[in-house]
Design a binder for this molecule. Structure first.
Ligand SMILES: [Zn+2]
Length: 176
């Protein structure tokens, strides 16, 4: 019987491609999931790959739940590109819009940090993330750069439109 206080985590993930296999709660929440894919597309030659090569585990951070840090452990698939004209041999699948290649955070997690950096400052963003148990690391420098870039574009757009309204903190403006 469904409990009224059960949170259905599947609703928060792309359940057509990822299946939750286990959730472990300690001082953080670790969600184990496995890929359901049977094919992927080669990023170089764009052929659909069906030749399964192996499984590897990706360790990824997602947005915190109720103040607890959330880690995903995703068993993702690798496929072989059989196209002899293509220089790529194996392809690690990505989950478009959810988790991109070589990233250690979900897209929504990156978007949140990026927005926070845009609306406050890099230092303010780092402090807020720490308070939320959202761990930021080396990758985050890049996110801050993206955030500042977007801020800059918005600032320019506002100037062009002669809308001199406040869109963020002075510390970001000062960098332009
Ligand atoms: Zn290929």
């Amino acid at each position: 019987m469904d409990s009224p206080n059960t949170l259905i985590l599947d609703h928060y993930f792309p359940s057509d491609v990822l299946k939750i296999t286990e959730v472990i709660e300690t001082d953080k929440i670790i969600i184990h999931m496995k890929s359901l894919s049977r094919t992927c597309v080669c990023p170089r030659c764009h052929q659909t790959l069906k030749h399964y090569h192996g499984t590897y585990t990706r360790k990824v951070q997602d947005l915190p739940i109720l103040g607890k840090n959330v880690q995903l452990r995703i068993k993702a698939h690798e496929y072989i590109c059989d196209n002899e004209a293509c220089p790529v041999r194996t392809v690690a699948e990505t989950f478009d819009g959810f988790l991109n290649a070589n990233r250690r955070m979900t897209q929504r997690c990156e978007d949140f940090i990026c927005m926070l950096a845009m609306e406050t400052s890099c230092e303010g963003c780092a402090r807020i993330c720490q308070a939320m148990n959202l761990h930021i690391s080396g990758d985050t420098e890049e996110l801050f750069t993206v955030g500042i870039y977007k801020q800059q574009e918005r600032f320019k757009a506002d100037i062009n439109n002669k809308q001199k309204k406040c869109i963020g903190s002075r510390s970001l403006y000062d960098r332009f």
